[in-house]
Design a protein around this ligand. Structure first.
Ligand code: KG4
Ligand code: ZN
Length: 341
């Protein structure tokens, strides 16, 4: 307890960010230290799982100490430890998990395993203190693209997901073929501002009528084919136009499906989450469509969109309050489903 208030520590290590956070009463962030490995993986054009695990191991203790120091709290005040146990890179998850279990055991603190996507959604509770379920959530990240009906803090129904690439993955792959660098999402977002989104009519893939699933591998191939045909014809490619047209095509589908899902399930709140939620075009389009359809849109600030431990701590708090506790046999699940918990 910190001044009589419940204190949660959380650890996130599912991909390439080692993060530890401390929160009061689940929603008030005292510290949220994020050690990013982006520079390490940049030379490879993507995250190398084994290298990620090693860096988590190098960083975790220091990040934990820093999080405690920045929050101005001691171990004795920590009431709960939350940790991401899936989905993610198994070696990376295991480092955070082993640390959380060791801390919980040594300090005799309850432990709660958190689904990474529940964490992303929970970032919105931190950002918007008045937000409460039920609502519709759009989760768009490097590993996931899901439309989720959030029935209460711990009950979810996944209405749709990607059948191949996640949205962020498609952004990263297209950025690579355009020679923009890694991670590609923010770079495409930036370059696209200078381009014409109507320049190239990339196909919008909506799948079967009424489906809330996604498919982004086709548009990725579409960009590759376009670049090859332009090269063969000896024409110069306008990178900004390709980036803007690709981004528009992806967002046309995502926005349409998310708003349709909210209306279909009679939800007047739509919550945006995940790394791609930082995308300026997505935010602009969602604002417009939500306003038109009487839906209130909730977005986290950019630092809470990408991977961070504060969002995991918030989710852990609500799981614990609902009676969920993990024991020290808690394992990492790289493909953990949101309904499994
Ligand atoms: O949520 P996150 O940090 O990690 C996963 O759980 O996957 O998301 C990272 C993803 C990357 O694919 C990155 O390119 C994408 O989010 N991203 C963006 C933007 N900022 C980050 N995609 C589009 N536009 C952005 N501004
Ligand atoms: Zn994530």
């Amino acid at each position: 307890m910190k001044n009589g208030k419940f204190l949660t520590m959380a650890i996130e290590s599912s991909c390439d960010e080692t993060s530890v956070a401390l929160l009061i009463e689940g929603r008030e962030v005292l510290s949220n230290v994020i050690s990013s490995q982006i520079k390490v993986h940049q030379v490879f054009g993507g995250v190398v799982p084994e290298i990620a695990s090693r860096h988590h191991l190098d960083n975790i203790n220091q990040v934990t100490d820093q999080a405690l120091a920045e929050a101005g709290v001691t171990w004795d005040e920590v009431d709960l430890i939350g940790v991401t146990y899936g989905p993610g890179l198994v070696g990376a998850l295991l480092i955070g998990l082993a640390s959380a279990k060791a801390f919980a055991f040594a300090k005799n603190i309850p432990l709660v395993g958190v689904h990474h996507i529940q964490g992303h959604i929970s970032a919105n509770y931190i950002e918007h203190p008045d937000l409460e379920p039920p609502f519709m959530a759009l989760v768009v990240s490097g590993g996931h693209t899901n439309i989720v009906e959030v029935k209460d803090y711990n009950t979810f129904e996944v209405l749709g997901g990607t059948r191949d690439d996640a949205a962020g993955e498609a952004f990263d792959k297209v950025a690579r073929v355009l020679g923009l660098g890694y991670p590609g999402g923010p770079l495409i977002d930036k370059v696209a501002k200078e381009g014409n989104p109507q320049a190239i009519p990339f196909k919008r893939v909506f799948l079967e009528k009424g489906s809330f699933d996604f498919s982004f591998s086709g548009i990725k191939t579409g960009v590759l084919n376009y670049l090859n045909s332009e090269k063969q014809a000896g024409r110069e490619v306008v990178v900004a136009d390709v980036a803007a047209s690709f981004q528009q095509a992806v967002m046309d589908v995502i926005v349409a499906k998310a708003v349709t899902a909210a209306l279909a399930m009679k939800k007047d709140k739509l919550v945006l989450a995940g790394g791609v939620a930082a995308n300026s075009k997505l935010r602009e389009m969602l604002h417009e469509q939500c306003e038109k359809n009487g839906i209130q849109l909730y977005c986290p600030s950019p630092i809470l969109c990408t991977d961070n431990a504060a969002m995991i701590g918030c989710a852990a708090y609500y799981k614990y309050k609902a009676g969920f506790v993990s024991d020290l046999t808690l394992d990492a699940f790289p493909n953990l489903s949101l309904s499994a918990r």
